[in-house]
Design a protein around this ligand. Structure first.
Ligand SMILES: Nc1ncnc2c1ncn2[C@@H]1O[C@H](COP(=O)(O)OP(=O)(O)OP(=O)(O)O)[C@@H](O)[C@H]1O
Length: 258
């Protein structure tokens, strides 16, 4: 699917924890090629919403469509194969494995298995492994991590770990990446590299949906901006409009939403 359809749509998406409606009937569209920002006060439901989109949580109501396909409640692995992946606010690499091995762990897209295929599997596996390695090294190079390819992932800095996480996401040839606070806890020079790479990928057509508290980041890099408060969409517009919106300010100050 391509063309004018949004890459991701939710309709009346909800998730309750007991009596708490963490995500409360959210309907929104993410347009292809955008860097859409998701903002909102602490506890607004942003992470829960991402978890619903990425398959980490099952919704208690509503639907998610990705690339025109109903993916409601689908597992993260299946979504990864369809081209939807996410990164975490606190990245979770496999610390004892090398940076390169962390990329090679991402499951390759399955090629159909046949009987003759099984006979030649070894040779094919080696060829596929080589291809995966080349692809991984290309991605590490792009993310400025090539020199660290053989370092244990647990020994690199927090900022480099964020770059590594984006690198892992890229192994799945995604069409949409959900980024959870990419700039948080990263030193300024690595933040610049990260933003530069995100923008380069975006120019190549990759869509990003980004949770970010840093309004400066949102103002500079996100369009459009969506705000959640108490599990509901309270704003959808440009970053400039977001800054001028009094209702949004109220939501942030905790004085209730209209
Ligand atoms: N697994 C869970 N069980 C019970 N309540 C939860 C669970 N996960 C989140 N919540 C609650 O749901 C609400 C929304 O939380 P969520 O983490 O999605 O907000 P957020 O907008 O991401 O906040 P922050 O900006 O602080 O990360 C909060 O009241 C939170 O305490």
């Amino acid at each position: 699917m391509s063309g004018g359809h949004p890459i991701l749509s939710t309709r009346d998406l909800s998730c309750s924890f007991g009596a708490l409606r963490a995500v409360d009937g959210v309907s929104l569209d993410i347009e292809r090629g955008t860097m859409t920002g998701l903002i909102g006060p602490n506890g607004a439901g942003k992470t829960t919403f991402f978890n619903l989109l990425a398959g980490a949580l099952k919704p208690t109501g509503g639907s998610v469509h990705f690339d025109g396909q109903d993916v409601t409640g689908m597992s993260p692995d299946r979504l990864f194969h369809l081209g939807l992946t996410r990164t975490f606010q606190i990245p979770r690499p496999f610390c004892r494995l090398s940076v390169l091995e962390n990329l090679l762990l991402t499951p390759p897209r399955q090629s159909g298995e046949t009987i003759t295929g099984a006979v030649f599997r070894r040779g094919r596996m080696r060829a596929e492994e080589r291809k995966m390695r080349e692809k991984a090294m290309g991605i590490l190079d792009f993310m400025t991590l090539a020199d660290l390819a053989d370092h244990p992932a647990g020994k690199i800095s927090g900022g480099q770990t964020k770059l590594l996480e984006l690198a892992r996401a890229l192994m799945g040839d995604p069409a949409l990446i959900l980024l959870d606070e990419p700039a948080a806890g990263v030193n300024p020079s690595l933040t610049n590299i990260l933003i530069d790479r995100i923008e380069a990928l975006n120019r190549q057509g990759l869509t990003f949906f980004i949770i970010e508290h840093d309004m400066d980041f949102v103002m500079r890099h996100c369009a459009p901006v969506i705000a959640l408060a108490e599990g509901r969409v309270v704003f959808h517009g440009s970053a400039e409009e977001a800054q001028a919106d009094e209702g949004l300010l109220d939501a942030y100050l905790g004085t209730g939403v209209a």
